[in-house]
Design a protein around this ligand. Structure first.
Ligand SMILES: Cc1cc2nc3c(=O)[nH]c(=O)nc-3n(C[C@H](O)[C@H](O)[C@H](O)COP(=O)(O)OP(=O)(O)OC[C@H]3O[C@@H](n4cnc5c(N)ncnc54)[C@H](O)[C@@H]3O)c2cc1C
Length: 410
């Protein structure tokens, strides 16, 4: 910073979160002469990184094909394809490893620092910022943005700053979205994504903790997801439900009550289910259907679905009439459940909504509306399912924005 212009910088980054720090550090490395500053409204930075992944920070995901990776983004799938060809998961792993923070892969593909602590990521970001002489100014809530004579004027709760290039990385902050709207951007309204379903139903009431693969459909839409389904004390959770909540975020935003259809046998065709039930009726004639679980279903779930089909414990397979067999098949493959409300998933909420993606150049993450304005992270209308993908969006956008800002700034 020079003595005469204490409040002017080459690059100002608004928001001291994941995307803000990643951009600042990369920009400072790419252009060591550039004066770079992060303006953060809070008393502290990187708060979401601290609590992320249950305090372990799920940094990224072990998926190394750009096209496959984009499939985890209900909003942003098309737009992130190009950026991921330039900076994605493998680059993230290398980036952290090169700076002394190795990552490890868990069975489900999620990647965490080997230390198992988000503090390792925070310490790295803070040390790098210090080493690279990035100014980090706290308690600077940005309240106004305007472009004057090729310079950005940024009004905060304390002072006004100027910058040649501006990156907005304020996450899902409604105040900043309205500032961007005043600059001419369209904002897709924010709605929650990633939630679990509240269901009161005798079929699952006694089964909290039971998990199995299922195909879940949102009735009256084309949305369906496949994956583990976990029965909870309040309803249903697990990857299949979370994915449905993310893809259905907009459809479900104004609905408290809706219907889902659960296929508990997603890997077995209707014909196979029918044939197997007929075989059981014949070959297990003297046995109660309640006694042994079939189709590899968890026993308590099987018993509950058998009861829901009106089959008594005393009944034997041979006693079942056509209607009971059909009802059992229906329960196994087309179970309808009424959802009455949503709950957040382990506090990990993500907001769908933000700056309209058509208004952003995804080679550089620069606004197509305002030159020298860049956007990265959750401020954009991009969000992902749980698994490390939301941070990957922040890293990719931050890296490419840093490259673009430094190529032309200094
Ligand atoms: C509990 C929880 C756990 C999560 N765990 C994971 C995980 O393990 N893996 C994963 O990939 N994703 C996870 N996510 C999602 C992930 O945290 C976000 O997608 C990510 O933090 C977005 O980064 P960002 O930099 O865009 O925004 P943020 O991290 O939200 O940072 C925005 C920053 O801008 C500041 N700011 C806002 N307004 C202003 C203003 N007017 N002036 C100045 N500063 C301002 C904020 O104070 C904040 O510091 C989790 C989310 C939550 C809530």
């Amino acid at each position: 910073m020079t003595f005469l212009e204490p409040l002017s910088f080459d690059i100002i980054i608004i928001g001291g979160g994941a995307a803000g720090f990643f951009t600042a550090i990369n920009a400072a490395e790419m252009a060591p002469e550039a004066r770079i500053c992060i303006l953060e409204r809070g008393k502290d930075v990187l708060n979401k990184v601290r609590i992320s992944g249950g305090g372990r920070c799920n940094v990224t995901h072990a998926e190394f094909l750009p096209k496959e990776l984009t499939k985890n983004y209900p909003r942003g799938e098309k737009e992130l394809r190009g950026p991921f060809h330039n900076f994605m998961t493998g680059d993230t792993i290398e980036w952290f490893e090169k700076r002394g923070v190795p990552l490890k892969i868990e069975e489900d593909g999620r990647m965490f620092p080997v230390s198992n602590s988000s503090e390792t990521i925070i310490d790295l970001f803070l040390e790098e910022s210090k080493r690279l002489k990035i100014e980090v100014l706290l308690k600077r809530a940005v309240q106004g943005l305007q472009q004057k004579n090729e310079l950005w004027e940024i009004a905060t709760s304390q002072e006004t700053f100027t910058a040649k290039k501006l990156l907005v990385a304020t996450g899902s902050n409604p105040k900043v979205w309205s500032l961007l709207q005043e600059l001419g951007h369209t904002i897709v309204p924010g709605v929650p994504s990633l939630f679990t379903f509240n269901i009161t139903d005798s079929r699952i009431k006694e089964l909290p903790g039971v998990a199995t693969n299922a195909l879940v459909k949102l009735k009256r839409t084309k949305l369906e997801t496949f994956g583990p389904l976990l029965i909870t004390h309040w309803g249903m959770s697990g990857p299949s439900i979370l994915k449905l909540s993310a893809w259905g975020a907009r459809e479900l935003s104004d609905k408290k009550n809706f219907e889902i259809e659960v296929n508990w046998l997603p890997e077995t065709s209707s014909e196979e289910v029918e044939e197997e039930l007929m075989r059981l009726k014949k070959e297990n004639a003297k046995q109660s259907p309640h006694k042994y679980a079939q189709f590899n279903l968890p026993k308590r779930l099987w018993q509950s679905l058998v009861s829901a089909s009106g089959i008594e414990v005393e009944s034997r397979w041979a006693d079942l009439n056509k209607q009971q067999l059909e009802e059992l098949e229906q329960q196994l493959t087309h179970g309808i459940f009424q959802v009455h409300g949503k709950s957040t998933f382990k506090e990990e909420f993500v907001t769908a909504g933000g700056v309209e993606l058509k208004e952003v150049n995804f080679k550089t993450f620069e606004s197509k509306i305002c030159p020298n304005l860049f956007l990265a992270g959750e401020v954009l209308n991009i969000d992902a399912i749980t698994g490390g993908f939301n941070f990957q969006n922040a890293w990719t956008g931050g890296f490419l924005a840093a490259k673009a800002m430094t190529n032309s700034a200094v």
